[in-house]
Design a protein around this ligand. Structure first.
Ligand code: NDP
Length: 473
């Protein structure tokens, strides 16, 4: 009997996805470049729905047609190499699926070149790490819609479920699934940075203990902030090693794998402001400069007396200020992520349904959160909206809390506490709501030194002024 699907790449993700598919009743052929890994997987998980293969040809021959071949290997050249190895073995209309964290432009290129050979290629964003892969990830499939129809049942079955719905929805053509996954990762960076800033303020200005912080985050998890990251943060505060809290022993250097960088490079390419996500990436860079930060504390002397004053703080008030600021900043980071998706839709000729995309994120992935329901509803009720923060629901949420964000940032600035992602969120809102900005001066300068011309408010057209010698000394 032929297998329903084949998985190549049996590291953490591939092995757990294969097990997930097998648990859901699918016959799964498995293959890995290093064949000892196949033996290891079979030894540890001799699933009745698994068929193990040690040669690519036999693996391919074991699959029902059209063949569904799921690659879960290191992104980059391994994907191209595997495609090259598979091409002589597969037939027209077979489907290669790349479930790794591939760069979306590679996916566009691969899809195009395989389409010319009448082979389907799906680029599928998968989120949720090991646990998600095993018991239900969020799945973002991009590529030919007909090819997807051969995978939709399997994907929907293995995906996470949230509010009774599968966290898997066809995104759009070629690289769109990997693009959405990339933006999702950028939002994840922002979410984590914002929570870390909330923690920093509560700890340094509010002087809260780890036990109190656990309690605060636990309360927040029963509010509009309800989310996986808030929940695990509350748990993290409670973990002790002997007398000490583990968190207090962890080095304050945050690492990264690169997808946050891609999101930022892409935003620059498309000219979209994703300042909160950028601030989150910068904060990771700066966190790595531990030795320099220790030096800087002794070089840049802060004479501001407020930086030491903690006693004038009302603890209850600061919790409320931080909660509201975190919520607004989170809204802004999602709004920026969706704004980038909106620009990409135009640039790459995709067709996104933002209400559905936000629903995919509700389960399986790290950014799962209750407020994704509100995002989905907001997009549904106001299709064609320029920005998520303009929707009735979110503009009201922001208006109710904006003064608190302002107050908190002022407090942090006065005391020299760095909260760059929250500050970027406030800057974004303030920039948006300024109909008359200072960009007229930039235009004047550009025209002054480079004759770059400018538009005028009082007349149509493009103008140049002969600035030199036309002013009084
Ligand atoms: P890795 O990214 O560590 O990749 C290891 C797998 O790739 C192994 O099976 C390895 O085979 C295979 N491989 C590497 N080079 C080649 C090659 N040239 N030819 C054939 N196979 C090759 O594994 P993960 O399971 O962590 O991730 C798989 C993919 O999923 C990656 O793209 C990753 O970015 C993505 N991803 C990972 C998540 C995670 O939490 N880990 C979450 C979401 C996505 P061999 O054993 O022979 O070396």
């Amino acid at each position: 009997m032929k297998s329903n699907i084949g998985v190549i790449g049996l590291s953490v993700m591939g092995m757990n996805l294969a097990l997930n598919m097998a648990d859901n009743g699918y016959k799964v052929s498995i293959f890995n470049r290093t064949t000892s890994v196949v033996d290891k997987v079979m030894k540890e998980h001799n699933h009745k729905n698994f068929s193990a293969f040690y040669a690519l040809k036999e693996f391919v021959d074991s699959l029902e047609k059209p063949r569904r071949i799921f690659l879960m290997v290191k992104s980059g050249s391994p994907v191209d190499m595997l495609i090259e190895q598979l091409l002589p073995l597969i037939d027209e209309e077979d489907i290669i699926i790349d479930g790794g964290n591939s760069y979306f432009k590679d996916t566009i290129r691969r899809e195009r070149s395989l389409r010319e050979k009448n082979i389907y290629f799906l680029g599928v964003g998968i989120s949720g790490g090991e646990e998600g892969a095993r018991f239900g990830p969020a799945i973002m499939p991009g590529g030919d819609e007909k090819a997807y129809s051969y995978l939709s049942e399997i994907f929907e079955k293995i995906s996470a479920k949230a509010y009774g719905e599968a966290c898997c929805k066809y995104i759009s053509t070629d690289g769109s699934g990997h693009y959405v996954k990339m933006v999702h990762n950028g939002i994840e960076y922002a979410d984590m940075q914002l929570i870390s800033e909330a923690y920093t303020i509560l700890k340094t200005i509010g002087d809260f203990s780890n036990e109190e912080l656990a309690e605060i985050f636990n309360d927040w998890n029963n509010s509009e902030l309800e989310s996986y990251l808030i929940e695990i943060t509350s748990n993290i505060f409670k973990v002790k090693e002997g007398e000490k809290y583990l968190l207090d022993l962890i080095m304050d250097k945050a690492s990264q794998k690169g997808t946050g960088k891609w999101t930022n490079l892409e935003a620059i390419d498309l000219g979209v402001d994703i300042s909160v996500i950028t601030a989150a990436l910068n904060a990771r860079f700066m966190s790595g400069l531990k030795d320099e930060r220790i030096k800087a504390e002794k070089i840049i002397l802060d004479n501001n007396e407020k930086s030491l004053a903690k006693n004038d703080i009302n603890k209850k008030e600061i919790i409320e200020l931080v909660k509201n600021s975190l919520y607004i900043s989170k809204i802004v980071s999602y709004a920026q992520g969706f704004k980038l998706l909106s620009a990409a839709e135009e640039e790459y000729d995709w067709n996104f349904d933002f209400a559905e995309i936000s629903k995919i994120f509700r389960g399986g992935c790290i950014i799962r959160a209750k407020f994704l329901n509100d995002i989905s509803d907001a997009f549904k009720s106001s299709s064609n909206i320029d920005n998520l923060i303009f929707t009735d629901f979110f503009s009201r949420e922001i208006n109710l809390r904006l003064n608190d964000l302002r107050k908190l940032i002022s407090m942090a600035v006065e005391r020299g506490v760095a909260v760059s992602a929250m500050t970027s969120a406030l800057g974004y809102i303030d920039t948006y709501k300024t109909p008359r900005s200072g960009a007229n001066l930039i235009q004047a300068q550009r025209d002054y030194f480079g004759s770059h011309t400018f538009e005028r408010l009082d007349k149509e057209g493009s103008f140049h002024y002969d600035w030199i010698d036309s002013y009084d000394e």
